[in-house]
Design a protein around this ligand. Structure first.
Ligand code: NAD
Ligand code: DAU
Length: 355
């Protein structure tokens, strides 16, 4: 899409972790765009993530649910969005195991409601329009010890979360084929960084180390993930949005695989250093607990297509990104305390059996 034309852009899920970084980047870098951030403010959405940009003239927050068809249709009629960058989702695998229907409702039905509303206003005039669907590498299922996910790897999701994301990807493609809707899909690996809700591995363990609580490593800890700094993901989304051909798919990853247990030990060491605790004290908190049901062994991304076609590459190496991330949580303890209070305590007790 051209950068120079004025546009109304709808970003969904912009009060969440990745969405807030994408919203900030677009609001600050493209004053000719008006950015509408639509978010239901579930437990994972937090407007504090965007305090620094809330008074910008080219930014509007809209509270609402993507599954609410009537509301969404009216919104599209009113604002005539030229493009949608769709991030709103239920995003935590563990929660999808206990409440799979919510994941189907938000991730599948919610995506369809958006696709349909977009189709209804533009189906005879698709020029310079785009539906950008932000998805996950988990749609590909699991890898063994070797190999990488490519854009051509067949979908093989294993969790209710990944099945719901895979299904939403299929609907996006189907709208492209059936109604000529211009779309792009990105499938990214594990993000980490500022503002991530403390249910996910890295912020959960930072929070627990701060509070001297056990670090619950699932199974034997020999599961592998590829980690990408969240602002590098936001940069990849920007690059795909502006430079991709229509109807392309890009895998996005950090070229940065870690076994969970090795990552946790590195995190423990860094936390000891930053908190001036004796080296080794955080590691003593590591506790091996019951494994996640259907736990995918390994995710690893071949991100060479976006690297070669769009000249995108992660700018932050893992040690540096992890350090920045820890520093942010240490400087934002109130944010962390607020995020881990209230209903989160019930979730934690149900998930881990302790407070
Ligand atoms: P998140 O859980 O931090 O944020 C999700 C946001 O969506 C929240 O602000 C929430 O309030 C909002 N939301 C949830 N249900 C909604 C609904 N029905 N209507 C409107 N808003 C709703 O998620 P995240 O980690 O920032 O992930 C964002 C997107 O990126 C998701 O689509 C996810 O599948 C994808 N993704 C995440 C990662 C990762 O590592 N976190 C990696 C690859 C892809
Ligand atoms: O790969 C991209 C995906 O990465 C995104 O689509 C998801 O939205 C995002 O949540 C993330 O999924 P994971 O399941 O990989 O992330 P999580 O942080 O939950 O877990 C990372 C690894 O750590 C995984 O192997 C499970 C393990 N783990 C996680 C938690 C919360 C533990 O060992 N203990 C824990 O308490």
């Amino acid at each position: 899409m051209s950068e120079t034309e004025a546009k109304n852009i709808l970003i969904t899920g912009g009060a969440g972790f990745i969405g807030s970084h994408v919203v900030r980047r677009f609001v600050k870098n493209y004053s000719n765009y008006h950015i509408f951030n639509l978010d239901a403010l579930t437990y994972a959405g937090n407007l504090e993530n965007l305090i620094d940009i809330e008074s910008y003239d080219n930014y509007t927050f809209l509270k609402g649910n993507i599954s609410d068809e009537d509301f969404i249709n009216k919104l599209f009629l009113k604002y005539k969005f030229d493009a949608v960058i769709h991030l709103a989702a239920e995003s935590h695998v563990d929660r999808s195991i206990t409440d799979p229907l919510l994941f189907a409702k938000t991730n599948i039905l919610g995506t369809m409601v958006l696709l349909n509303a977009f189709k209804n206003i533009w189906q005879d005039a698709w020029s310079n329009k785009l539906f950008f669907h932000v998805s996950t590498d988990e749609v590909y299922g699991t890898l063994g010890d070797v190999g990488l996910f490519k854009e051509t790897t067949p979908y093989d999701p294993n969790s209710p979360y990944s099945a719901s994301k895979a299904s939403s990807d299929h609907f996006v493609r189907a709208y492209g084929e059936t109604y000529d809707m211009p779309y792009v899909i990105s499938n990214c690996s594990n993000n980490y960084g500022e503002n991530q809700f403390p249910e996910k591995l890295i912020p959960l363990f930072i929070n627990n180390i701060l509070n001297n609580k056990p670090l619950p490593v699932y199974g034997d800890g020999n599961y592998t993930r590829d980690w990408l700094y969240v602002q590098d993901h936001a940069c990849a989304i920007d690059s795909i949005f502006h430079n991709s051909e229509n109807n392309e798919t890009y895998n996005v990853g950090g070229f940065n695989e870690w076994k969970n247990i090795d990552l946790v030990k590195l995190l423990c060491k860094k936390m000891d250093e930053k908190l001036s605790r004796p080296i080794g004290s955080s590691e003593e908190l590591i506790t091996y607990v019951k494994d996640r049901a259907g736990h995918d062994l390994r995710y690893a991304i071949d991100a060479n297509k976006i690297k070669n076609d769009l000249n995108w590459y992660p700018s932050v190496n893992f040690e540096e990104g992890l350090s920045k991330t820890i520093d942010w949580y240490l400087s934002n303890k109130e944010w962390l305390d607020n995020a881990s209070s209230g209903k989160y305590k019930d979730y934690y007790l149900a998930q881990y059996g302790n407070k």
